[in-house]
Design a protein around this ligand. Structure first.
Ligand SMILES: [Zn+2]
Length: 288
């Protein structure tokens, strides 16, 4: 957080320096764009192949073959979800929240993609529909589906609470779910849990202090976020103990609801779609 009364005076040209217009770090015009119309057309006549109900304050894993679709659906009441994605053939390729944020911005919506970590850096999933896209940005700078938070975790909670032990943070829920699915010991599974896509969560940074904030999610039962899997995926979704995240997380105080994951098989793959190739960098890192 920047100090209200800084130690150092601005130089004489300080105002001019602050007035310099920003440039976008990563102009995404050069990114291969998904053919969203073709993706969406592939939904015609699709078949629901699996449903996974994620209980409140718990997480569950689900599988989605490449080219299939999945939806995260609000049921019963307002609830946010913390989503991890892995390549189905190896937990080493996982969602890269930081680079996804750098490419697409602080909050994701239709047409944006969830990118995998280095050295893979390829699209894992593409968002094909978002019933909360009407929200845009509010007057506080808040929006939904962020890649700026991490996931609530018991370590930060212990730091801030003076040592309180809480076991149903998204980090722990995801850890148990990944351990259950893979058979890995709990502490090995924990190392694969990573920063999430905060599905339905409404967040931003305060304009004056730049602090991460949350507010009540606008999600209502029936709302969903829909993806097409670009590669074979293992997903893990936690129904956050913060519920709609209007007040607090990392406790049993908030009203929590389940989340539903639905997986759909298209009648035929999206026209022209091919699974993304491996990243084009040669990985020599300049060494002869
Ligand atoms: Zn959480």
């Amino acid at each position: 957080m920047k100090p209200v009364a800084p130690d150092h005076n601005a130089p004489s040209d300080g105002p001019a320096r602050k007035a310099v217009a920003p440039v976008i770090c990563y102009p995404v015009e050069g990114l291969p764009a998904p053919d969203l119309a073709a993706y969406r057309a592939a939904r015609e006549g699709w078949t629901l192949t699996a449903e996974v109900l994620v209980p409140p304050r718990e997480a569950r894993c689900f599988s989605v073959p490449a080219g299939h679709f999945f939806r995260i659906v609000s049921v019963e009441g307002p609830q946010v979800g913390d989503l991890n994605l892995f390549a189905a053939d190896g937990l080493g390729e996982r969602f890269f929240s930081g680079k996804t944020r750098a490419l697409h911005g602080t909050h994701l919506s239709t047409g944006d993609r969830m990118w995998s970590c280095l050295p893979h850096l390829r699209p894992m999933a593409t968002i094909t529909d978002d019933t909360l896209d009407w929200y845009g940005f509010d007057a506080f700078g808040g929006s939904v589906h962020d890649v700026i938070g991490t996931r609530c975790d018991p370590y930060t909670h212990a730091l801030l609470s003076g040592g309180d032990q809480y076991h149903h943070c998204c980090h722990s829920n995801l850890t148990r779910a990944v351990a259950d699915r893979t058979g890995l010991p709990l502490h090995a599974a924990e190392l694969h849990v990573h920063d999430v896509l905060n599905v339905f969560m409404c967040t931003g940074f305060t304009r004056d202090t730049g602090q991460y904030f949350m507010k009540a999610s606008p999600v209502r039962p029936g709302d969903y976020l829909e993806f097409m899997a670009e590669i074979d995926l293992l997903g893990a979704l936690s129904a956050c103990p913060g519920g709609d995240c209007s007040a607090e997380h990392s406790s049993d105080a908030a009203a929590c609801h389940p989340l539903l994951v639905q997986v759909f098989r298209p009648a035929a793959p999206a026209k022209g779609w091919q699974p993304p190739r491996r990243n084009g960098y040669d990985r020599s890192h300049g060494q002869e």
